[in-house]
Design a binder for this molecule. Structure first.
Ligand code: PLP
Length: 439
């Protein structure tokens, strides 16, 4: 035991000496140590275990250490650990086929990337070359990744210090709880958000716009499930003006929303779909772009001006094949849908009835947000210090939360069990009581 807690201390010491972290001032970091995991649980070297209701960065959809995925990676590593992107590789082809089979009809090709940001980067590149246009319209409440075009498409604060490229325009998407459009019903919110988008397209000049890039369900921005008809309306606007529609399914796809793709519940077929995270639960870094026949045809004769050394890496491909097969065979997407509708949704609604600090509960599948407020009438967001307190108190109760702005996102792996949800709800209940007392 002594030696184990030494390992935790050593991990922190090495991290603070030599590891530079994402999106952080480096001086004030206190990273938690993780050493192992299984399913919804993870633990440190000292044996302290946690329920992972963050799925790390909302990506471990199949749960930690799924044996079939680990075995597939190991087997591929012992056979051929790497190949150049220009080769034909059987496992890469099998991975692409499985993804295409689960996507809407007409999106028949996959360009593999290293993660979500470069998936969006390359989808934007495809839309720009295909249309011969430059601008990309996306929403303020979004995150699309940290590379050149992806970070400038992002709407949240992370865009501002990176805003050096041109050709990006932002709009407000639907968000009834904090409506920009004075709407009072989901239908009104959807219609007015569409009218706002229509006017921005007209004012920017429709023939200058290559793509509309939207997260099907904006995730980090607050799990903002779009109102019925909104995405179909965006599709119609894009068609009217010859604009490509790119749906970012990096966070929402592969089970998170209780579907293979979140767009399956929204009656919309985009020209390009970007994915990453849940496609293999991050066991090996990978992402990609699903490409429509029309866009793919542009590059039949013309060279696609993009590429990556690790496009379709064999270890990533093997992990995708095993992950998709296990998700299919073990009913993992069905579990996400069922547990969202029957257990998590009702459980969170019950918390909202008893805790005035909850302003709104929204979500689907294993993709939920608790919007926390200082005052239910004014909807003033709960101050950051209290979100920090919620984080600390949840960790102390053995639950890893995902927090963003004034929200707790309830985002466990798709394999989470009813008992684990009950355990998590008890921890949230306790901590929300502490927050209520601060109001
Ligand atoms: N798009 C969405 C919707 C995301 O949530 C993220 C990451 O959180 C990204 C893109 C970027 O993915 P990555 O961090 O793999 O580059």
């Amino acid at each position: 035991v002594q030696q184990s807690s030494d390992l935790d201390a050593r991990a922190v010491e090495l991290d603070r000496s030599h590891v530079f972290h994402s999106w952080s001032a480096q001086g004030a970091l206190h990273p938690m140590v993780l050493a192992g995991g299984s399913g919804t649980r993870v633990w440190d070297h000292s044996g302290r275990s946690y329920l992972d209701f963050s799925s790390q960065l909302v990506n471990v959809n199949i749960g930690h250490q799924h044996p079939k995925v680990v075995a597939a990676i190991t087997e591929q590593a012992t056979t051929l650990a790497t190949v150049a992107p220009a080769t034909a590789h059987l496992t890469r082809g099998e991975a692409a086929r499985r993804i295409v089979e689960r996507a809407p009809g007409g999106l028949d090709k996959v360009f593999f990337t290293n993660g979500g940001a470069d998936a969006n980067e390359n989808a934007i590149r495809m839309a720009r070359v295909h249309t011969g246009r430059d601008k990309v319209v996306s929403t303020y409440r979004s995150y699309h990744g940290n590379t050149g075009a992806a970070i400038v498409s992002t709407g949240d604060w992370r865009r501002v210090p990176n805003e050096y490229s041109r050709g990006h325009v932002h709009v407000f998407g639907p968000y009834l709880y904090r409506s920009e459009f004075w709407a009072t019903t989901p239908e009104e919110e959807g219609e007015r958000a569409l009218q706002h988008l229509r006017r921005v397209i007209e004012c920017e000049g429709p023939t200058s716009i290559a793509a509309i890039l939207l997260e099907t369900i904006p995730g980090t921005a607050g799990v903002l499930v779009p109102p019925p008809g909104y995405l179909a309306g965006v599709r119609e606007l894009a068609d009217t003006h010859g604009i490509m529609l790119i749906l970012d399914e990096v966070m929402a796809g592969f089970g998170r929303a209780g579907e293979w793709f979140a767009l399956d519940a929204h009656d919309v077929v985009p020209d390009l779909i970007t994915f990453a995270k849940g496609v293999n639960s991050g066991y090996v870094p990978v992402g990609g772009v699903l490409i429509s026949g029309e866009v793919a045809a542009t590059f039949d004769e013309r060279v696609f001006p993009g590429g990556l050394t690790y496009s379709g890496h064999p270890l990533a491909a093997a992990s995708i094949v095993a992950s998709i097969d296990a998700m299919s065979e073990e009913g993992i997407i069905d579990n996400a849908r069922r547990i969202g509708a029957d257990v998590i949704g009702p459980g969170l609604a019950d918390l909202a009835e008893r805790h005035p600090v909850i302003g709104e509960v929204r979500g689907t599948g294993v993709f939920w947000a608790l919007e926390l407020v200082a005052d239910r009438t004014t909807r003033a967001p709960l101050p950051a210090a209290l979100i920090g307190k919620a984080r600390t108190e949840l960790l102390a109760r053995g639950l890893i939360p995902f927090t963003s702005d004034n929200r707790i996102h309830v985002v466990p792996p798709c394999v989470v069990t009813d008992d684990e949800v009950a355990e998590a709800l008890a921890a949230y209940d306790d901590v929300l009581t502490l927050l209520d007392e601060e109001l």
